[in-house]
Design a protein around this ligand. Structure first.
Ligand SMILES: C[S@@+](CC[C@H](N)C(=O)[O-])C[C@H]1O[C@@H](n2cnc3c(N)ncnc32)[C@H](O)[C@@H]1O
Length: 259
């Protein structure tokens, strides 16, 4: 009797675990398996397939139409880790509240979040977006220009972030960054934040929004932010882009400028 009871409990636990992990299976299926099949069938990269879809379905010069078309592709056809419409609203709101004039994005990928940001900025603002993968940058450049943003408004820099940050002043004449969106590899969040601190580009009130601090997660970054005394911060909770059921969040930091 005891043995049957223990066994039954184990079966129930395994079933619950399976239920719990089903969203991760969906993520794996959509981001790895479906992608591999399409890569073989089309001979194009996922990013190029997304671009072709946007090019043939969205209205050129209309950023909202480009974002909606991208969202449709990512929900119904394939998966790309754009910030997506829900977390995108938090980004939109922060930009509209802060009206930043000089903005830095780390991790452009296909330019979804770049277009999203550019359409919320005040007239005359400049957005620098950094992407180290050349193939992704080629697609991003086309998406950004298709949305109608010129090189004066959105400047795409194809280079690793740790090489760009120390040269922002010298190469692009940037004295201070008002807003930074971090969405590149999570292990780069902390070293790049420290590079930004050291470069003197942060000013009192500079806002930094870091995506995916819960999933995949950036624990060292969050720990540092909490203990450094340099930031006021909060985490906006949300679910992972285009996949329900995986918890994620974005950290909003405000640089205080003093220890
Ligand atoms: C999650 S995607 C960015 C998604 C994009 N922000 C959006 O929401 O549309 C991350 C991108 O960051 C780029 N990346 C990762 N580490 C980087 C680094 N250190 N410097 C520049 N780009 C980086 C990757 O090549 C990838 O294209």
């Amino acid at each position: 009797g005891l043995w049957v009871g223990v066994h039954f409990r184990q079966v129930c636990m395994s079933f619950l675990q399976l239920l719990w992990y089903r969203y991760y299976f969906v993520l794996f299926y959509r981001s790895v398996l479906v992608r591999m099949v399409h890569d073989c069938l089309t001979g194009l990269s996922r990013e190029e397939r997304a671009f072709q879809y946007v090019l043939t379905h969205a209205t050129p010069g209309d950023p909202d139409s480009i974002l909606d078309t991208f969202d449709h592709w990512c929900t119904e056809i394939e998966f790309i880790s754009n910030i997506g419409p829900k977390k995108g609203l938090v980004l939109d709101k922060l930009l509209k509240e802060n009206c930043p004039l000089t903005v830095l994005e780390l991790g452009t990928h296909c330019g979804y979040s770049t277009v999203r940001m550019a359409r919320c900025l005040p007239l005359g603002a400049r957005l620098f977006s950094v992407e180290m993968d050349e193939r992704n940058a080629l697609v991003a450049e086309k998406i950004i220009r298709l949305a109608g943003f010129d090189d004066d408004t959105v400047r795409l820099i194809v280079s690793p972030s740790d090489e760009v940050i120390p040269k922002m002043r010298e190469d692009y004449g940037v004295e201070r960054l008002d807003f930074i969106f971090m969405d590149h590899w999570k292990r780069c969040y902390l070293p790049d934040l420290q590079l930004l601190e050291g470069s003197g580009l942060l000013g009192q009130g500079t806002v930094i929004l870091a995506d995916n601090v819960i999933f995949p997660g950036a624990p060292n970054f969050l720990r540092y932010v909490k203990h450094s005394g340099l930031y006021r911060y909060r985490v906006h909770r949300a679910s992972l882009e285009y996949i329900r059921g995986i918890r994620d969040g974005m950290a909003e930091l405000i640089y205080l400028g003093t220890k």
